[in-house]
Structure formats: C-alpha cells, structure tokens
Design a protein around this ligand. Sequence first.
Ligand code: URA
Length: 219
Amino acid sequence: MIADKRWKGVYSFEDSPFLMEILTELRNKHTGAIEFRKGLVKLGRYMGYELTKTMDFEKVEIETPLEKTEGIIAKDRKNVVIVTVLRAAIPLMEGLIKVFEHARVGIVSASRGKAPKFEIEMNYIKIPEIKPEDTVIIADPMIATGSTLLKVIEEVKKYGTPKRLIVLGVLAAPEGISRIKGAYPEVEVFVTKIDRELNDHGYILPGLGDAGDRAFGAP
Ligand code: URA
C-alpha cells in the first residue's frame, strides 16, 4: 500500500504485483465479461484484505486446548457498511463482503450524463443507518470526474457519521480525487492505481474502458 504524496489519506496498491496483474487483465481490451467480473471480485476481496491492515483491533486473552495465549479481535472488521454504487461495483462488493462478512450493504443507483455536463442522476437509494463505530466503504470501481461520488458521499452522510468514510475503487483520475478531497478532506481513498488523466468524455486514461459495460457485457 502506497500513500500518495499529492493528497492526505489517498492510497494505491501499485506495490502489489498480485493486484497489478489483476488490473492488467482488466485493462486488456481482449478480456471478456466473465473474466472481467471475476477480476473485479478478486480485487474487492484482496483490497478488502489490505484494508483490514489499516483497521483497529483489540488484544484478547484466550485459551488454546493447551494453555493461555494472546489473540486479537478485529472489531472494526465487523462494523462495516458497504455502499455499492450500481452497477459496476456489484462484483467489487461481492469480493469485499468475503472479507467483511458482517457488513450491512447499501445500494445506490447513480448514472452519469454525457459530456460536457456529466450530470448525475440518482434513481435508487437504500442505505442502512450508520453508527459512530462504523467504517463505511463506498465501492465504485472508477473514480473519474468524482461527480457521482460527491453525490453519493452527500447522501451517505444523511444516514449518520461513521468512524471512517472510505472510497474504494479500481482506478482513479487525479481530477476526481482532487474534487473528492477538496469537498471532503476526511474521506480516505483506496484504489489499485491512480491513472494519468481524464479524456474529454470523462474516461480515465489509460483506464480500462467502461467498467459497467465490460462487467455486464451490455452498454
Ligand atoms: N466510468 C468508467 O466505467 N470508466 C471510465 O473510464 C470513467 C468512468
């Protein structure tokens, strides 16, 4: 996990050859929908695992069948709310929930209009109550302009103030991260990699194309 020097609380996993290999497969235009979805599930699972390393835990004393010893309880892992931004985040959430099996799950449907405005429509919002001890993970594979996430974060905040508010994605453009951190400095961002830039249509470059279309084989 690498802390990006441009912002506080922004991390990538460029130091992980395993995650970079999955990303390489996702980027490849010849990767079909089945393998693309599987790749997103894998990233959700292994990024979730990496995330646990940043979570608080408590020391406990237990007894093995032979003697007393110390162990830990990763309490924060059990207090997780995953907010899934439809539709590309569905496979990512499927992976995350393997690590955070107690998670309560929120669903948000947000779609982005065309350039130059990229207006966001939110058609469906179902978010559980958020408690002060919760870690909220907003799963959205592509942090492009940041417009969708700004709306989703605004919405999430109506349901409570969590201990940590995290955005977890596959790829991000610097523009999107700057907008999120500008509006919500407390939000932490974890992505596999931060790419170069956005093109005029709001796509991340070099990117991987439209994550939703590629995961579900339907534009
Ligand atoms: N959403 C995507 O799916 N891909 C991009 O490159 C940008 C936004």
